[in-house]
Design a protein around this ligand. Structure first.
Ligand code: SAM
Length: 310
């Protein structure tokens, strides 16, 4: 049975048609709002990976409808971004681009960067790479989108802001959670009823945004950036420890690759330097826990021990 006939049986597919949503995904965001009230008090939002635009439709409807005056309506800002072009939507500014690229991130940040531009209160990302069917690879690609979405959020979100992003449920979402909790006071993983039970997708729903002490926002291109270079670029060891390792996917999929890279690419000097850069600044138990959670750093710590034993 083809995809089309399956979709036609789906209640949310039919409802989307009836109610004029561009995709059935609209109901996922609506269900997330029903459960977490993500639109409460929100006037400025960024919709990453937005095409064909049903989440932007929801944002537009919710953010404009809550306005009582024309001035409030003028203050509404919705920035929608996707690789693909999208049919125009009233009140939504569109940027066509790849969210993992620096130029796209800069174009988004520009809308929230000067004194006259207030920061965003909500960033949502429903990004999905082309699925290969190889779970580890799909999860890795999905995580790259989350890394990019989170790095953009660190620039554009106001303190206390909210973040919603699609994830692929892996065997160990604890890694993702430990990193997200560094940036958000509240973290939940939620699967809305409109998300097909056969799909491994779920959504992280975070609120209470804050920058961790010592973290300097930086645009991260997961495909380009060597994770060792991230702290060197900003001069902050906290940057090295946070965000990038989400790009490793879950432990099952990525640990071998990381270990292989270490064998080939990292010199003794690199190991010493990275270890000292991280642990030199850290004496808290919390930092040590993060170190232990990081596959790459675990390997460095192991190497350090092996070197010491020789
Ligand atoms: N939320 C959308 C809606 O309700 O209409 C549906 C989003 S669709 C599931 C996933 C989107 O992610 C696709 O439109 C795809 O072009 C976009 N995407 C995937 N990788 C991207 C990237 N690197 N940068 C920007 N968009 C990307």
């Amino acid at each position: 049975m083809g995809k089309t006939s399956k979709d036609k049986r789906d209640i949310y597919y039919r409802l989307a048609k009836e109610e004029g949503w561009r995709a059935r995904s609209a109901f996922k965001l609506l269900h997330i709002d029903d459960t977490f009230g993500i639109f409460d008090g929100v006037h400025r939002a960024v919709d990453l990976c937005a095409a064909p635009g049903s989440w932007s439709q929801v944002l537009s409807k919710k953010l404009f409808r809550s306005c009582l005056t024309d001035d409030e309506k003028l203050a509404v800002k919705i920035i929608a971004v996707d690789l693909q072009a999208m049919a125009p939507l009233q009140g939504v500014v569109q940027i066509q681009g790849d969210i993992t690229k620096e130029s796209t991130a800069e174009a988004i940040i520009q809308h929230f960067s000067s004194d006259t531009h207030l920061k965003a209160q909500l960033v949502v990302c429903d990004g999905a790479p082309d699925v290969t069917g190889v779970h580890e690879m799909d999860e890795y690609m999905q995580n790259q989108l989350i890394v990019s979405a989170l790095s953009i959020a660190t620039f554009v979100l106001e303190p206390g802001g909210k973040f919603v992003a699609k994830i692929f449920k892996g065997n160990d979402n604890c890694l993702l959670e430990s990193q997200m909790r560094a940036f958000f006071t509240n973290f939940r993983i939620y699967k809305p009823p409109s998300s097909r039970s056969s799909s491994i997708e779920a959504f992280v729903v975070c609120s209470g945004f804050h920058l961790p002490a010592g973290y300097i926002p930086q645009i991260i291109n997961p495909a380009r950036d060597d994770i060792r270079s991230l702290s060197l670029r900003t001069g902050s060891a906290t940057n090295r420890r946070l965000i990038p390792f989400i790009a490793c996917g879950d432990l099952n999929g990525a640990i071998d690759d990381d270990t292989a890279n270490l064998d080939n690419d990292i010199s003794l000097e690199d190991i010493e330097m990275t270890y000292d850069a991280i642990m030199g600044e850290s004496d808290s138990t919390e930092d040590f826990k993060l170190l232990l959670n990081d596959v790459f750093l675990q390997e460095i710590a192991l190497r350090k021990l092996q070197i010491a034993e020789k």
